[in-house]
Design a protein around this ligand. Structure first.
Ligand SMILES: NC(=O)c1ccc[n+]([C@@H]2O[C@H](COP(=O)([O-])OP(=O)(O)OC[C@H]3O[C@@H](n4cnc5c(N)ncnc54)[C@H](O)[C@@H]3O)[C@@H](O)[C@H]2O)c1
Length: 330
């Protein structure tokens, strides 16, 4: 395909700031969209920074002018007021501008496993790419489903060369520790404090004690889910970009395998010398993500299992690094 330049939206966000230097390293000329929410885009050579708001219907055509590819990451999360305009109109304006141009060779849309309902619904089999859209309750999953439906229609109606990458819950920095330990910072769902029902569980929050959460089903077995490290997300984007076999396809992008909360809790408990606090929860359904298609078609082989994600999170804390401001803790 020989794509040489690419528009990157959401370039100041969690994924955007991780993928931008890799695009530059790979030799792409990048036009990076920076939005005025304080998430600044790193100033790098071969990166043209454009400031703007995707809700502005005039912007998309200017952004894609001279571009050969689009990586659309910009998004607001669980925001009832903004998601229709920023996510749906924003995606529509970009797709429509691409349709009207004749120079976009690939459009990559950030999708999400939220579109398949993750732990909110029972999943007797690994979730593969053919699993029907079934977002869990909330505006964010609704948005991820509707963005994908729009992409599917632009592919069907206008043969736009679209690739959808459906990321699992993405972990960077010390996200996994913020998720699994009880004291702040807190990150992601479930929120342990909301599920504290026994006097022992409540005591941790009342007294500000720290511990490692372990999610159990009522029968006593540990909950299982699958997440992905941000470096693997970057790897998937780099494998999909400029790859003709990726065009017209959707791919799951997750870690190498699901993890069990008891295994994670034991590992973190030993490393941080913290007690394990069990949370027995009936609302959680195990799920895993089928990675066969992305492995065989993209050659995507994720490097970050749960232990490596934890090890890098511990290093992040040991180095005294600060978590970036988080617009949405999930
Ligand atoms: N973070 C995850 O766990 C996760 C999981 C699955 C899928 N995804 C998807 O991956 C993509 C990137 O996620 P992220 O975690 O990097 O998001 P993020 O919240 O860190 O970044 C979002 C970016 O969108 C930009 N933005 C917001 N409103 C805008 C507007 N009106 N105009 C222009 N830019 C605007 C922000 O400035 C920011 O750069 C999103 O589409 C998200 O849905 C993320």
């Amino acid at each position: 395909m020989k794509i040489k330049n690419v528009l990157l939206t959401g370039a100041g966000g969690k994924v955007g700031k991780a993928v931008l230097p890799e695009l530059v390293k790979a030799g792409f000329q990048v036009r990076a969209l920076e939005y005025s929410d304080g998430l600044e885009v790193e100033r790098l050579k071969n990166v043209e920074i454009v400031r703007g708001d995707l809700r502005n219907s005039e912007l998309a055509a200017k952004l894609i002018a001279d571009m050969e590819a689009v990586i659309h990451l910009a998004n607001v999360k669980e925001n009832r007021e903004l998601f229709l305009d920023a996510n749906l109109k924003g995606t529509f304006y970009l797709l429509d501008a691409c349709k009207q141009s004749n120079h976009i060779r690939q459009y990559i849309q950030a999708g999400s496993d939220a579109r398949a309902g993750i732990y909110y619904y029972p999943h007797p089999f690994p979730i593969d790419e053919n699993y029907p859209h079934s977002g869990y309750p909330g505006y964010y999953p609704l948005s991820k489903v509707l963005e994908e439906v729009m992409c599917e229609q632009f592919r069907t109606q206008y043969q736009l060369p679209i690739t959808v990458l459906r990321f699992s819950w993405i972990h960077a920095d010390d996200d996994i520790l913020a998720h699994i330990t009880l004291r702040e910072p807190n990150f992601g769902v479930p929120v342990w404090q909301d599920w504290a029902s026994t006097p022992e569980q409540k005591r941790y929050f009342q007294e500000g004690l720290d511990g490692v959460a372990c999610l159990l089903h009522p029968g006593g077995s540990a909950g299982k889910r699958q997440i992905v490290g941000v470096k693997d997300v970057v790897k998937s984007i780099m494998l999909a970009l400029n790859n003709p076999t990726a065009v017209g396809e959707a791919f799951n992008v997750s870690g190498p395998s699901p993890f069990a909360y008891d295994v994670l809790a034991r590992y973190v408990s030993e490393k941080m010398n913290l007690p394990i606090v069990n949370f027995t929860v009936s609302e959680f359904n195990d799920f895993s993500i089928d990675m066969n298609k992305s492995r065989s078609v993209l050659g995507f082989n994720p490097d970050y299992d749960i232990f490596r994600i934890v090890d890098e999170a511990l290093e992040f804390r040991r180095a005294g690094k600060k978590r970036p401001d988080c617009l949405y803790p999930g």
